[in-house]
Design a protein around this ligand. Structure first.
Ligand code: C2E
Ligand code: MG
Ligand code: MG
Ligand code: MG
Length: 282
């Protein structure tokens, strides 16, 4: 049971994350400040189309540049924030920063879609759709450049409500992806009724699929399921050339992973974009 699988209201005993542990309260207090002082920074990981190798967009992944602790990964602070109201300003900050960056890329002639991860609690918040609309208005970025990634467990925390909110977001023209697909428990009955556009196949199947035939079979089945439901498929965690080629043969639409590019700050990515651009056929 990973931290991100803890649904809202589900009480899971975990000594390190005990509600009242000084460590947890300390981190949360510092996180609150970090959102205002710019210690949260976004790295971006490209999503590359198969088999053409065109860059479709990027996923924004938050990091906390803590003055004493150094870089704190999201796996440490997102699960804490997700259980408190702090996830709202945090998500607003990330969406704002990602859309500002997207606006800058558009101004530079780079047509890149930007994906932001959202939490179960965002999806249950009445104000979330308005928060997104305000961020779009501030950035002047057309809604179709924004993608939101939601995990299965976030949807399953309240499927009826999630479907309603996702429907409003889809109506705005936002692209919706189910993140870490295959790792959760979305029933097919729910899946066919969800207004989503993409399945992101969980890394646990993808990263070893070139050497593990049963994982390759699972990935193939998810690609087929996605396509049969009219959804595009994205493989996350592509770590080697064999996996990249196998995904191409299986008809997966988009790939993401260390083999293609690690998540990087936008200024570092600029050089990568230029090198990829010149490698592509005119
Ligand atoms: P995710 O959305 O599934 O993001 C993919 C994670 O896999 C990222 O870890 C990424 O750096 C990592 N990754 C990408 N390619 C590879 C690969 O080839 N091999 C391996 N081993 N890993 C790869 P990261 O950045 O540490 O983020 C972890 C999770 O934290 C994310 O999983 C997402 O659930 C959450 N997260 C990150 N940023 C945000 C955010 O802004 N808001 C929310 N709510 N959650 C976030
Ligand atoms: Mg994601
Ligand atoms: Mg994922
Ligand atoms: Mg994942």
């Amino acid at each position: 049971y990973s931290a991100k699988d803890r649904g809202l209201g589900v009480c899971v005993y975990d000594a390190d994350l005990n509600e009242h542990s000084p460590e947890r309260l300390g981190l949360l207090g510092e996180l609150k400040r970090a959102i205002d002082t710019g210690e949260l920074v976004l790295h971006y990981q490209p999503k590359v189309g198969l088999p053409g190798e065109d860059v479709r967009g990027v996923e924004a992944l938050v990091r906390w540049e803590h003055p004493q602790r150094g870089t704190v990964p999201p796996a440490v602070f997102i699960p804490l924030a997700e259980r408190t109201p702090l996830i709202r300003p945090l998500t607003r900050y990330v969406i704002d920063a990602a859309l500002q960056q997207c606006a800058q890329w558009l101004a530079e002639g780079r047509s890149l879609h930007v994906a932001v991860n959202i939490s179960a609690r965002n999806l249950l918040d009445e104000r979330f759709v308005d928060d997104v609309l305000e961020a779009l208005a501030r950035s002047q970025v057309p809604a179709h450049f924004l993608e939101l990634e939601v995990t299965e467990s976030a949807i399953m925390a309240d499927p009826t409500r999630a479907r309603a909110i996702l429907g409003r977001l889809a109506d705005l023209g936002i692209t919706l992806s189910i993140d870490d697909f295959g790792a959760g428990y979305t029933s097919l009955a729910h899946l066919k009724d969800l207004p989503v556009h993409r399945l992101k196949i969980d890394r646990s199947f993808v990263s070893s699929m070139a050497t593990d035939p049963s994982n390759a079979l699972i990935v193939r089945s998810i690609v087929e399921l996605g396509h049969n439901l009219g959804l595009s498929t994205v493989a996350e965690g592509v770590e080697d050339q064999d996996t990249w080629e196998l995904l191409g043969r299986l008809g997966c639409d988009v790939a993401q992973g260390y083999h293609l590019c690690r998540p990087q700050p936008a200024d570092v990515l600029a050089a990568w974009f230029d090198s990829v651009q010149s490698a592509l056929p005119a």
